[in-house]
Design a protein around this ligand. Structure first.
Ligand code: T4K
Length: 379
């Protein structure tokens, strides 16, 4: 059994998609002549318009990043009590709840979707509960219909952290159409990005003026401040990057779809590795390439695989380990039992996945995984 070659350069979990410098220059030239660099200028307005059309939604507001978007979204709805959420997520999710003065409550995830389990949500609801915050992990949708029924039954706000779910659809319906509001991240590591950035999509159009105030210090005009707002505006340079990125979305999605196809076909042949399969009626956001490693069948634990991959110069990522409930600020947080979340956090590994990594790189990553499993078997 020959040890495969190590990658000469580090292979990261992702690399930002970059629009052509020429297109970016064109937009920057406008800024240099107008000298409008921030405060919801023309590029910002234009990008909001473009994204409404690309994402197929009516109500969309841009923010400086996804975290501020979600925190201000919760604030705009006046959430102050308990918010039931998942521990299997990026720390920004419970942080946003905490920053608005509300209290996160953790419950378990479904083993199939890795998203919040509606039954577990319901078991955590108390008279203090005001909202449910689901996370569409890796673009896999939560059980939106079951959550909607629970939210209606208990008169709760239903919000989503859709940071990974840009262009995810269920039965052709944009994911942002479900629930009261959804946050999308436009961080550099996302398929569509503005370097840092994010947006809220929401069902109630009357929320828009409030969100516009909240992201601009609450300033109504020179003489009046109506809200305790923050500075959460996407500036004109970031908006220009976003505009230049619009034409990159579909080519990048096509490249990633081909890579995903190859990964799925090759990984299916390795015992102990399971890929997250989206239901037939769901359009893939093509954001991450998560796999689950069953240590018994594969011969190595996820952590061992992670370390072995580093020796090949592959920087896979354990999104999401540890669970948020195990981070210092949340160890005392009310939580149901979360066996599925614990298991997922110990088994999931996100493999390198970005358009220009190239098909042969997928082949090499899988060859290395196959080698590791064979090596574990003969040891
Ligand atoms: N909710 C969820 C469920 C989220 O996953 C996130 C963010 C949020 C909320 C908050 O949204 P934002 O406020 O960020 O808009 C990265 C991203 O920074 C973060 O946005 C993302 N989730 C998270 C899952 O991944 P890290 O700490 O893993 O980033 P980092 O710096 O280790 O980058 C990962 C790899 O990407 C690097 O190894 C190399 C590559 N990279 C990264 C950057 C920043 C580049 O090649 N170039 C770059 O400029 O968090």
């Amino acid at each position: 059994m020959r040890r495969p070659d190590r990658f000469a350069a580090p292979l990261y979990v992702t690399r930002p998609v970059l629009p052509s410098l020429e297109t970016v220059h064109g937009h920057l030239a406008d800024l240099w002549s107008s000298r409008i660099l921030s405060n919801q200028g023309p590029k910002h307005k234009w990008l909001e318009q473009e994204l409404r059309s690309v994402m197929g939604v009516r109500n969309l507001t841009l923010f400086a990043n996804g975290t501020l978007a979600l925190a201000l979204g919760l604030r705009s709805l006046g959430i102050k009590g308990e918010v039931v959420t998942t521990p299997f997520t990026f720390p920004a999710t419970p942080h946003c709840i905490t920053w608005v003065g509300a209290t996160p409550v953790f419950c378990d995830i479904s083993p199939d979707t890795l998203c919040i389990d509606p039954g577990a949500v319901e078991s955590m609801i108390t008279p203090q509960t005001e909202a449910i915050l689901g996370v569409h992990v890796y673009g896999m949708p939560c059980d939106v219909h079951a959550l909607e029924r629970i939210a209606e039954r208990h008169r709760l706000v239903l919000a989503y952290d859709a940071a990974h779910a840009f262009l995810t659809e269920i039965d052709g319906r944009p994911i942002g159409e479900f629930g009261h509001l959804s946050m999308f991240s436009f961080h550099a590591t996302k398929l569509f990005h503005t370097i840092e950035g994010g947006c809220l999509v929401y069902s109630d159009a009357s929320l828009r003026p409030k969100l516009d105030l909240l992201k601009n210090f609450g300033i109504q005009d020179e003489n009046s401040v109506l809200e305790v707002g923050l500075n959460a505006k996407l500036n004109e340079v970031q908006s220009a990057i976003g505009l230049a990125m619009i034409n990159e979305i579909e080519p990048e999605r096509a490249r990633r779809a081909a890579l995903r196809h190859r990964y799925l076909a090759l990984l299916a042949e390795i015992a102990g590795i399971r890929c997250l399969r989206l239901p037939q009626n769901v359009t893939d956001s093509l954001q991450y390439m998560p796999i689950r490693i069953n240590a018994k069948e594969f011969g190595l634990t996820r952590d061992e695989v992670y370390r072995e991959l580093l020796s090949f110069n592959i920087y896979s990522r354990k999104y999401f380990f540890p669970l948020c409930s195990d981070y210092a600020p949340y160890t005392q947080t009310r939580s149901g039992t979360t066996p599925n979340a614990h298991r997922a956090s110990e088994e999931v590994l996100c493999l390198p996945f970005y358009g220009d990594m190239g098909m042969e790189t997928v082949d090499r990553v899988v060859e290395i995984l196959r080698y590791l499993s064979e090596l574990a078997r003969v040891r």
